[in-house]
Design a protein around this ligand. Structure first.
Ligand SMILES: Nc1nc2c(ncn2[C@@H]2O[C@H](COP(=O)(O)OP(=O)(O)OP(=O)(O)O)[C@@H](O)[C@H]2O)c(=O)[nH]1
Length: 311
């Protein structure tokens, strides 16, 4: 090879090397190369900027400097496995990382194994910051959960609303019918509630509804579900409970509510309830029976529990 050709080749090699360096230095994604032991051999400006370190603060350091403490042993093991493994590509994955200022951010990382000029493997990792996207996703998830909650719950009492409550009852009915288990419902309504509103105002009425339902919830079993059917009318679904036990439960609740004082004015309130137990898989019929029994409770003087006659 004459001198001119060698010079030409050398220039071409230098140009290629400059191009490669330029690409790495201007890449909008973070790039790092780690040696077989996990020490940084190269970090590009995007990588340094993202983590808030200067290049010289990273070179030679173990890569776990940017990994939250809790994940360091795992990440270190994964690095070793990749270096020693067969696969040349590491799957794209999401990770939490730690910047110099302690901020934890989320990245997507993808890696490849390359051979260094000493013949030893190296890991080259490409990272993209997805912190903002993650935060947006989290906010969207929370907003959806809030919307979902609003759609299924009554705002004042926090109980299941009519639609969600009846869906729940239907499910429980199907379960009872499949396994042949008993199921009871109790419909209850506060007595002379209009008078409370008229005397003390609607907002005191609201407060009573809130406090009464909280009292009822406390007195119920964990498996029972209290539903606001509308206004001052409520339903309690009692899975696996027969009519007699439902009556006893409702009697207990009626007594507790009657003996409790509500709001700052220490007001008292009573309730009338109708209990019905499941015989066939029709929510409408079950509710109809509970409603009739509740009406009887009102008719026979209020502040009492009436069990519907068997369907
Ligand atoms: N404060 C308040 N009042 C409500 C709410 N929903 C319904 N009400 C009131 O509850 C009262 C129900 O009145 P009525 O249906 O006449 O029944 P009642 O006065 O409780 O009489 P009985 O049920 O026959 O014992 C009405 O005054 C409604 O305005 C609510 O969300 N907040």
């Amino acid at each position: 090879m004459d001198n001119a050709t060698t010079h030409d080749l050398y220039q071409r090699f230098q140009r290629t090397q400059r191009n490669t360096e330029n690409v790495i230095n201007t890449a909008p994604l973070g790039i790092c190369i780690t040696d077989p032991k996990g020490h940084f051999e190269l970090v590009n400006p995007s990588y340094c900027e993202f983590y808030g370190y200067r290049e010289e603060e990273l070179l030679g350091k173990h890569f776990t400097i940017v990994v939250p403490q809790a994940y360091r042993p795992t990440m270190s093991d994964l690095h070793d496995l990749f270096i020693e493994g067969e696969d040349n590509q590491e799957l794209r994955q999401e990770w939490e990382v730690r910047c110099k200022n302690g901020e934890v951010r989320t990245i997507i990382a993808e890696a490849a194994r390359i051979e260094g000029d000493d013949g030893q493997p190296r890991k080259v990792t490409f990272i993209v910051d997805i912190t903002q996207r993650k935060q947006l996703e989290e906010r969207l998830k929370q907003a959806n959960e809030r919307l979902d909650h609003i759609a299924h719950h009554d705002e004042l009492t926090g109980l299941l609303n009519r639609r969600a409550g009846l869906q729940c009852l239907e499910q429980e009915l199907r379960r009872s019918s499949r396994y042949g288990n008993p199921l009871s419902v109790a419909m209850f309504d506060l007595d002379n509630f209009k008078a409370i509103n008229d005397t003390h105002g609607h907002s005191v009425g609201d407060k009573i509804l809130e406090e009464v339902t909280a009292t009822v919830n406390q007195a119920l079993r964990e498996t029972d579900v209290q539903i606001r059917l509308g206004g001052e009318e409520f339903l309690v679904v009692m899975p696996e409970v027969n009519a007699e036990h439902a009556r006893l439960a409702m009697e207990r609740i009626r007594r507790i509510v009657g003996q409790t004082t509500f709001t700052e004015q220490a007001l008292t309130v009573t309730l009338s309830a109708g209990v019905a137990s499941y015989v066939e898989t029709s929510t409408t019929r079950l509710l109809d029976h509970a409603d009739k029994a509740m009406y009887q409770a009102k008719q026979s003087g209020r502040n009492r529990v009436v069990v519907a006659s068997p369907m």
